[in-house]
Design a protein around this ligand. Sequence first.
Ligand SMILES: Nc1ncnc2c1ncn2[C@@H]1O[C@H](COP(=O)(O)OP(=O)(O)OP(=O)(O)O)[C@@H](O)[C@H]1O
Ligand SMILES: [Mg+2]
Length: 332
Amino acid sequence: MSTDAAVHAEGLVKHFGDVRALDGIDLTVERGQVVGLLGPNGAGKTTTVRILATLLQPTAGVAYVDGHDVVKEPDAVRHAIGLTGQYAAVDEYLTGRENLRMFGDLYHLSPRYVKERTAELLEWFDLSEAADRPAKTYSGGMRRRLDLAASLIAKPSILFLDEPTTGLDPRSRLGMWGVIQALVDEGTTVLLTTQYLEEADQLAQDIVVIDHGRVIAHGTADVLKDQIGGDRIEIAVTDVSRVGRAVELLRPVGTGEAIVDEARILMPVSGGSTVLVDAVRVLDSEGIEVSDIVLRRPTLDDVFLSLTGHVAEEDVPAAPKARGRGRKEKKA
Ligand SMILES: Nc1ncnc2c1ncn2[C@@H]1O[C@H](COP(=O)(O)OP(=O)(O)OP(=O)(O)O)[C@@H](O)[C@H]1O
Ligand SMILES: [Mg+2]
């Protein structure tokens, strides 16, 4: 087995009682690379990261991080990595500076080093002014930044980021992407989990899509987009109960199977904008009203939908009720 890669996992399985959280995950992250682990709620992203970070033991399979076996050499693995978990790990009652110092102590770093590194990180993450206020007074974005800063205290060469921007507003998200990119530019290897396709598209060279604890697709964003073919039309019908009939009527217009998500139909087509006219005409022949219709190139969202049968969260207006998997509760 190759252990040259920053991260190399083969056949990772994890059972929690009857739940098969991971069902044989293979994953490689080359040094200096950013890999995005993409998947809906419950896909197994956090479980994968926790195994790689030595916080959980796999039921079966092997994983090496920085060349070390995560089960047999957890201390060596911990020395190489930084982890920003899905839920902020900051202590609310400590100030930003104290939080960073605490992480430095956990890593048994010298007090002098920790003092210098803390000042450097506070500056870099734009937290210098707030450094001596308790973290409970911080905004969500500031907490996320402090959390990431804490995982960098020991200058890890491999960084695991579990949904680093969930719950952040678009501006804070952009800021976080900038920080992650800067780390990558310095040579840090990053494994990042996300449900935001745009985030994976933006940051990751390589994307691994998982669902139900299995890898269902793997490649660059372009490769994944190519997998699902050319142009598509996206049609929303006003009356959800007529979606089935709409799909039947549209079949001669398309070049392949349509994907349906509630009132939305995604259909592969060729022939440019005249297909829009054809589509509207066939639907109109039976009085099926269209609330929206567009022609577009595939995006990672289409890939996600075609692979998992779910629309990624960001593309859907707030649902009136929970719809099970694929929905995401907002996290603070
Ligand atoms: N400690 C646990 N005990 C029992 N089941 C667990 C435990 N941790 C995770 N699971 C289950 O394992 C599956 C994978 O969970 P995991 O947290 O890895 O998903 P995820 O991809 O990170 O999802 P999310 O996007 O919601 O964070 C889920 O079905 C979850 O309920
Ligand atoms: Mg998770």
